[in-house]
Design a protein around this ligand. Structure first.
Ligand code: PEP
Ligand code: MG
Length: 883
């Protein structure tokens, strides 16, 4: 097998299509080289080597050694420099590059190829001894950290001491002799900590770095990142070895990061940052605060240091042309890294840029208008899950704000929460159900779990392309970065701004759209759903086949869902209406009654309330189907909790507290989820379902009478296992319907159907369809009963199951397509064989999960039903599934 692929100097062994083999970075370097852009020559060791590396106990086969040697020869031939040469030494970078980008999660080594001999050669060849010694010390520092695993704190400390000794404030004040002295100190540190001298053989250096980068694929932080982003562990990373170019060769050199459009808003402007006389990592790490790329951005921010457009107009013009060319070539917004070495522009990376949901929408819609992509492609460009960011509230512009300070608007959205200063605390307090804002000087990849647990992230340092900003945007967390006036004292667990102090546990609000940081919680308002969002939804609706309904039972939720485009109600859980404070006493009276007569007395009190509930829903959902599920949960969930509640019920029912308590004890169940619930309630106490059916039909008749537009009630019986159960319940419902129609002198259309949430129901779907006109797959219970895993207790062990690859994702979040999915397919098939026009839908939480929706499309269901805020997500996911 071939493992090494060259690029640069007129050669490209790969291209943009080879991402799974060469990783994103390697494939795009090859592509850029192929279209004639200035790419420093190099080669990519493929992802196939990563798997082999681990198979062989973290070592390399001989064949690849020869290939790498040939790769180095390629770089040498193009650059005219030689690896390890005393006169004109070749230096290389060694970087990771997986199939999808994992920003900052894996390792990089720069300036490799320097040693005590080549450093002098570099000084002569570059005519800049200061630069050569600075590069050497950077290399030792990075190599010791990444490859040798030594404590990097000691190196940073040595640098601080060296600066102090010389009375220097900035790194740039250090002279060649200062750096040379520091190199001596660093080499001493390596010997001391590692027990051996710093490796002088450049080939040893190279193989050490290649091994470390492959090894970083299995680092803890990389694993966490993969889990959070559903990236399979067997993909592996590629390793890119490339000739170094230097942005730190003086005032005509620079390094930068740019997006071809604004990744926060999607606006069509070049967007980025650069630093004069610096190396790539300096921009991303947020150590020096970078400067603006364009003059317009600098002026808008009121910043002083010149933008690249002003400071290096010719190189900037060349760069702008490259931006346009890359966008046209890839037909997508690009995220680009570049370096200017003594006035010459070099491209180091391009990839599809990560963007906020808002930017994704705007870019997709704009690119259709620009003729770059078509409508269907635009629909495929937006991640449905990411819409979540847009559908949630933003800060109320009219609400008062106690603004503490302002940083950069690094990732949009607003969040309030208590301040915490480290990732572990963020995770712990979030687990306790608290909303937290993670406040850091700057974030590093080790903070990723805390960033995920937090509602928002605030940093004192770093730019718009710093680690915190990139990761927060990817996760959809609001982020304010580079709030420079923030003085964080993490030991004392507080931060100060001027004379104000905020301690751990205090509430603050951050606005990722403006960069404002406020004391206290600021109220929010609903988002605006027109514009780009509206346009994309129109295109999505044009291509989707699946209908999208909602799970809702309150008028407010029904209205929200209709605004979001719901085409009916797929699940109205009537028990939610029973918990209402005004009626819970009557509900308890019904449950605790000792006979039918007592139950009917309580039900008579509940009837008008239920009728009012359904009337409100039917009015809002006029003309659309409304699936109402009859009472489902175990009775014991409604039992009184304390003395006062028992007394309320006793007074209402006219019986003693002791009698009620005895009855409550009788109702206790060991395993309520498998107990007296669902249609088992209707079978034992038909009068409950009778009351609910009466409320439904009376409401439907009344709304039809008033508005002329009849709702279409679909009465749903839960937890059916057998045909006979449904038959008995259907008799109760039909009889009640006839009675109501006779009283009203008017009929309406309705359906009776069932949920499929038990394996037996799925197996016997052919028989059940003889009675039921529709099936709604209750995949919450169907997952629970098929897997024999309690939906309420599963989280304790399911994480381990996902980590060990037993399930690809939590099966209560994303449908177990192989197991539960097979039951759904089978039930759909058997149901249709009996009743060709049977209506099929899904109403478990999976109805709002894009991967599960793709399954529903494939299984040929008629609709999915999702919670109101997930309706737009489901519409987009259904469209993507159909394409
Ligand atoms: C289900 O079981 O999937 C369902 C939708 O019902 P519930 O969540 O109310 O049990
Ligand atoms: Mg259920």
């Amino acid at each position: 097998t071939k493992y090494v692929y060259r690029f640069g100097g007129g050669v490209s062994d790969g291209g943009a299509g080879d991402k799974s083999l060469l990783g994103g970075k390697g494939a795009n370097l090859a592509e850029m080289a192929a279209i004639g852009l200035p790419v420093p020559p190099g080669f990519t060791i493929s992802t196939a080597m990563c798997a082999r590396f681990y198979e062989e106990g973290e070592s390399f086969p001989d064949s690849v050694k020869a290939e790498v040697a040939a790769g180095i020869d390629h770089i040498a031939a193009v650059t005219g420099k030689r690896f390890g040469d005393a006169e004109n030494p070749l230096l290389v970078s060694v970087r990771s590059g997986a199939r999808v980008s994992m920003p900052g999660m894996m390792d990089t080594v720069l300036n490799l190829g320097l040693n005590d001999v080549t450093v002098a050669g570099l000084a002569r060849a570059s005519g800049d001894a200061r630069f050569a010694w600075d590069s050497y010390r950077r290399f030792i520092q990075m190599y010791s950290d990444v490859v040798l695993g030594l404590d990097h704190g000691a190196f940073e400390e040595a640098l601080e001491i060296a600066k102090e000794d010389q009375g220097h404030f900035l790194d740039t004040d250090m002279t060649a002799a200062d750096w040379e002295r520091l190199v001596g100190v660093y080499k001493g540190l390596v010997e001391e900590q590692w027990g051996r001298p710093f490796p002088q053989d450049v080939h040893d250096q190279l193989w050490g770095a290649i091994g470390a980068v492959f090894g970083s694929w299995q680092s803890e932080r990389a694993k966490v990142y993969r889990r959070l982003n559903d990236i399979p562990g067997d993909w592996g990373t590629a390793v890119n070895v490339q000739a170094m170019v230097f942005g730190n060769m003086g005032e005509t050199s620079a390094t930068g990061v740019a997006f071809t459009r604004n990744p926060s808003t999607g606006e069509r402007v070049y967007y980025g940052e650069y630093l004069i006389n610096a190396q790539g990592e300096d921009v991303v790490a947020g150590i020096r605060t970078p400067q603006y790329l364009t003059r317009a951005a600098r002026e808008a921010a009121g910043a002083r240091p010149l933008s690249m457009e002003e400071a290096m107009p010719d190189t900037y013009a060349e760069l702008a042309q490259v931006f346009d060319l890359l966008e046209r070539h890839y037909r997508d917004m690009q995220d680009i890294e570049f370096t200017v070495e003594r006035g010459k522009l070099w491209m180091l990376q391009t990839r599809s840029g990560k963007r906020t949901a808002k930017a994704a929408l705007r870019i997709a819609v704009d690119m259709v208008a620009e003729g770059l992509i078509g409508e269907s492609e635009a629909v495929l460009r937006v991640d449905p899950q990411a819409l979540d960011q847009l559908l949630h509230p933003t800060l109320d512009p009219a609400a008062p704000r106690d603004v503490l300070t302002k940083g950069l608007p690094a990732s949009p959205g607003a969040a309030s929460g208590i301040v915490v200063f480290d990732a572990d605390t963020a995770e712990k307090r979030a687990e306790l159900g608290e909303a937290v804002i993670l406040v850091r000087v700057e974030t590093s990849p080790e903070d990723i779990h805390g960033m995920h647990a937090a509602r928002g992230i605030l940093t004192a340092r770093g730019g718009m392309t710093s680690h915190a900003a990139v990761v927060a945007r990817g996760m959809g967390r609001p982020c304010v970065s580079g709030a420079g006036t923030l003085a964080i004292d993490s030991k004392a667990r507080l931060f100060r701004v001027g004379d104000r102090t905020v301690s751990e546990g205090d509430v603050i609000t951050i606005d990722g759209a403006t960069g404002e940081v406020m004391v206290g919680a600021v109220p929010t308002v609903q988002p605006e759903l027109a514009g780009d969002f509206g346009a994309l939804m129109v295109w999505a609706d044009r291509v989707r086949r699946l209908k999208v309904r909602t799970n809702a039972e309150t008028p407010a939720d029904c209205r929200t869902a209709r605004d979001f485009g719901a085409e009916g109600i797929g699940l109205c859980r009537t028990e939610h209406m029973f918990f209402d404070a005004a009626r819970i006493t009557a509900v308890r009276q019904m449950i605790l009654a000792s006979d039918e007569q007592g139950r009917r007395a309580a039900l008579d009190r509940l009837l008008p309330e239920q009728r009012a509930d359904f009337t409100a829903i039917f009015e809002i959902m006029a003309g659309l189907p409304v699936t109402i599920r009859l009472l489902d949960p175990p009775l014991h969930e409604f039992l009184p909790h304390n003395e006062a509640e028992f007394e309320d019920v006793a007074a209402a029912a006219g019986v003693g507290v002791e009698v009620l308590k005895r009855r409550a004890a009788e109702l206790h169940e060991f395993n309520p989820m498998l107990g007296h619930r669902g249609c088992r309630l209707g079978v034992t106490y038909p009068e409950i379902y009778e009351m609910q059916a009466r409320a439904i039909f009376e409401a439907a008749v009344a709304v039809a009478e008033q508005s002329g537009e009849a709702p279409i009630p679909e009465v749903m019986v839960p937890l059916v296992a057998t045909r006979r159960e449904l038959e008995l319940m259907k008799e109760v419902i039909d009889r009640t319907a006839e009675a109501v129609f006779a009283e009203a002198g008017r009929r309406i259309d309705y359906l009776v159907g069932t949920m499929i949430e038990l394996p037996r129901a799925a197996l016997k779907a052919g028989e059940i369809a003889e009675v039921g006109a529709f099936f709604s797959f209750g995949t919450n219970d169907l997952t629970q009963t098929t897997l024999g895993v309690s939906r309420d207790d599963a989280s304790r062990f399911l994480t381990a199951y996902v980590d060990k690859g037993i399930f690809p994702r939590d099966p209560f979040v994303s449908l177990d397509v192989e197991g539960v999915g097979e039951l759904i397919r089978l039930a759909a098939e058997r149901g249709r064989a009996t009743r060709a026009d049977i209506k099929l839908g899904i109403c478990g939480e999976h109805g709002g999960d894009p991967a599960s929706i793709a399954f529903c499309e494939e299984a040929g269901l008629d609709y999915v039903s999702a919670s109101p805020y997930r309706v737009p997500i489901a519409r987009l996911a259904a469209a993507q599934a159909a394409l």
